[in-house]
Design a protein around this ligand. Structure first.
Ligand code: ZN
Length: 190
């Protein structure tokens, strides 16, 4: 199995303050029975990095599309700052207006690892690579179990076996000529 050049396992707090974190966080949560090649079930959510906003935590970000995916906008990611929950949301990219109740941040997938890499690559391009990827695992997953061995049950439960792949590592990897989808495939099958 290919090794993944992730360097932070403990989330942003473990990495120190001087890190160059992305504006966005793409969080992938795998369901149980994950296999390297899939098909696997997982949920993707996008957040805005709270550090950049001076906020205590990360803020949910929104996708320019309808919650049931019947009505597709430009599908780019935008900040909660553009959403007025009492009236409307305006996509800052395409200026389209939405009923905030029809917006979502969460997309559920069941895909082979090849297709999952393509789906995540699409999201990374939409946020112009300005995102860190956080991956969480089911307690029965080998990665979660590794974390239990290294850090103990409590910490592993808090972190959900978290693997963090920083945007700078991804950009470094693809700048050496490795394809984006190929790099993500390595990450998602690890
Ligand atoms: Zn839009």
């Amino acid at each position: 199995m290919e090794s993944v050049p992730y360097s932070v396992q403990l989330g942003r707090e473990g990495a120190g303050k001087d890190h160059d974190w992305g504006k966005w966080k793409v969080e992938i949560t795998f369901a149980k029975d994950r296999t390297p090649g899939g098909p696997n079930s997982f949920v993707v959510e996008v957040y805005e990095n709270g550090i950049a906003l001076g906020a205590a935590g990360d803020m949910r970000a929104y996708l320019c599309r309808d919650i049931e995916e019947k009505d597709l906008g430009c599908q780019k990611v935008f900040s909660a700052l553009y959403v007025d929950f009492k009236t409307i949301a305006v996509c800052p990219h395409c200026k389209r207006t939405w009923n905030p109740n029809r917006l979502t941040t969460t997309v559920v997938y069941r895909l082979s690892t090849d297709k999952a890499a393509i789906a995540i690559a699409k999201i990374m391009r939409r946020v112009e690579f300005d995102a860190d990827i956080f991956i969480k695992y089911h307690p029965s997953d080998i990665r979660y179990q590794e974390m239990v061995r290294e850090l103990g049950l409590d910490k592993a439960a808090t972190l959900q076996g978290l693997l963090v792949y920083k945007k700078s590592d991804l950009i470094n990897a693809i700048s050496t000529g490795k394809g984006l989808e190929e790099e993500l495939k390595g990450l998602l099958s690890a």
